[in-house]
Design a protein around this ligand. Structure first.
Ligand code: URP
Ligand code: ZN
Ligand code: ZN
Ligand code: ZN
Length: 484
């Protein structure tokens, strides 16, 4: 059974051209004119693009005394509804737990996925077992990215010697470390002071995590990665302070990538000053939303190339869950949703405003992600042989975002009331139509794990450079005898 997408314009990270796409066995088998297939999807007036890849989600994640509410079923359904065809979720080991045991739990959760997925492995503690497990995670389990939290003191946070050990191990294994860059010690101090002064509402969450804590931690992680000879991926870059560190590092030739979120690009800190406690608490996430200057910096990063991808950090909590922080903002579960809205919001506020081109849109929502995560061109490409993870994008289709009717299981949407223009007409996951003219036709369990090889080109180049420049004893003739 073959499917042909007809009459559309293919938009990739580097090309825009009219062509049909023929799909068979879940893969793209031909790109050309006047193609025929058993089934036809009409893409007249639409752009045919690689499906979105969200490099940062937390589905059914145990966090802050509860679990994030969207699981792999509802989360990937939300993604597909908005044109996203792959997610990369974080497997989190408990303190002292083996990485492989944590992975088993994520394997179980992900059996319900509607679209393909992969995992990043988090390093939440350090020891010989972690060092050992990392080899198996990379070489047997197909995971080449390791996440480190510099925030969440007393829970997920690791300190600098653990960071250096883990980054060095990543470098040796040809893997890429990632960081949540906020200075957890300073956040803990500021939080305690705010609470002591009677600042216990959601707005205090923003005060407790100023841009400086992010700038400091980003700089620190960049320097530590450089000393370890590893590349570095900085998640949820929210402000100029962090972006500036990434920009500078890239200009110095360091292999560093920054990942702004759609939330930080389009929502600002005024949300926390809303008189309605629920409204503000629903938007509590780390790092917090910033002011317009920081937003402008992030947009500039996308158009100039100093920031590489746009993610969601989808970590959805219900209003009820958020209310566990009434009277103490440090107990509000941190996280917001975005899987269904990332692509339409970025298209509307990026492409429709002229801040980014259509090709840059494809790059930051899909192709760059696949390249950095080393699953290109299986994913992130419209090429013969690639998986048929595609979105047929209708630039004229409009809607107003509302919690009512959304795929996410929570009871609100942080983008409520935002008007978007540019939505999927069809979303295909390995050739199977999951969104058909707005109608959701997902298949629970259709999603497969995407294994990602280590030693991507950037890792190889860094290893080569490290070998060339590593400390070596100087060969000397005529060394003076000791004790003379
Ligand atoms: O507030 C956030 N971002 N919650 C999810 C966990 C994380 O830090 O990414
Ligand atoms: Zn984070
Ligand atoms: Zn996250
Ligand atoms: Zn299937």
């Amino acid at each position: 059974m073959s499917t042909v997408i007809k009459n559309g314009t293919i938009v990739t990270a580097d090309l825009t051209y009219k062509s049909d796409v023929l799909i068979e066995g879940g893969k793209i088998v031909q790109i050309g004119e006047n193609l025929k297939g058993d089934k036809e999807l009409d893409a007249t007036g639409c752009y045919v693009m690689p499906g979105g890849i969200d490099p940062h989600t937390h589905l059914e994640m145990p966090f802050m005394g509860t679990y994030s509410s969207d699981d792999f079923e509802s989360g990937t359904r939300a993604g597909l509804a908005g044109g996203t065809t792959m997610v990369v979720d974080f497997a989190l080991p408990n303190q002292g737990e083996s990485l492989l045991d944590a992975l088993k739990r994520w394997d179980n959760k992900s059996t319900r996925a509607n679209c393909d997925y992969s995992f990043h492995m988090a390093v939440t503690w350090w020891g010989e077992q972690v060092w050992d497990d990392m080899d198996e995670v990379v070489n047997k389990r197909g995971i080449n990215t390791f996440k480190h939290f510099l925030a969440y003191k007393g829970a997920l946070m690791v300190n600098d010697d653990e960071l250096f050990h883990s980054f060095t191990r990543c470098a040796d294994l040809g893997a890429t470390p990632m960081v949540h860059a906020e200075n957890g010690d300073v956040v803990a101090e500021l939080s305690a002071r705010l609470l002591a002064d009677g600042n216990n509402g959601p707005e205090a969450h923003a005060y407790s995590r100023p841009p400086q804590v992010e700038g400091e931690a980003t700089n620190r992680a960049i320097m530590i990665a450089d000393m370890a000879g590893a590349p570095l991926y900085v998640v949820h870059t929210s402000c100029e302070d962090s972006h500036e560190a990434i920009r500078r590092a890239r200009m110095q030739g360091k292999r560093v990538w920054g990942e702004p979120l759609i939330q930080h690009l389009t929502l600002d800190e005024s949300e926390y000053f809303n008189k309605d406690w629920d409204h503000a608490a629903r938007r509590v996430m780390s790092p917090p939303f910033r002011n317009k200057q920081h937003q402008d910096s992030l947009w500039a990063g996308l158009s100039s190339g100093s920031l590489s991808v746009v993610a969601t950090d989808h970590c959805a909590f219900t209003t009820e869950q958020k209310r566990s922080g009434v009277g103490d903002f440090t107990k509000i579960p941190n996280g917001t949703g975005g899987l269904e809205d990332r692509m339409p919001m970025l298209w509307t506020h990026g492409v429709n405003t002229g801040r980014i081109t259509m090709n840059e849109f494809v790059a930051v929502t899909s192709t760059n992600v696949a390249k950095i995560m080393n699953c290109y061109p299986q994913k992130g490409a419209v090429l013969v042989g690639a998986d048929a993870d595609l979105v047929v994008w209708d630039p004229e289709k409009e809607k107003t975002i509302a919690a009512e009717g959304q795929q996410s299981s929570i009871d609100y949407n942080v983008f409520e009331g935002k008007h978007v223009k540019g939505l999927p007409r069809f979303t295909l996951t390995r050739g199977q139509v999951a969104v058909h003219d707005g109608e959701i036709r997902c298949e629970e369990g259709h999603g497969k794990f995407v294994a990602r090889e280590p030693n991507a080109t950037v890792n190889r180049a860094l290893t080569q450079w490290k070998d060339l420049t590593q400390p070596r004893p100087v060969e000397r003739s005529g060394i003076p005898a000791t004790g003379v």
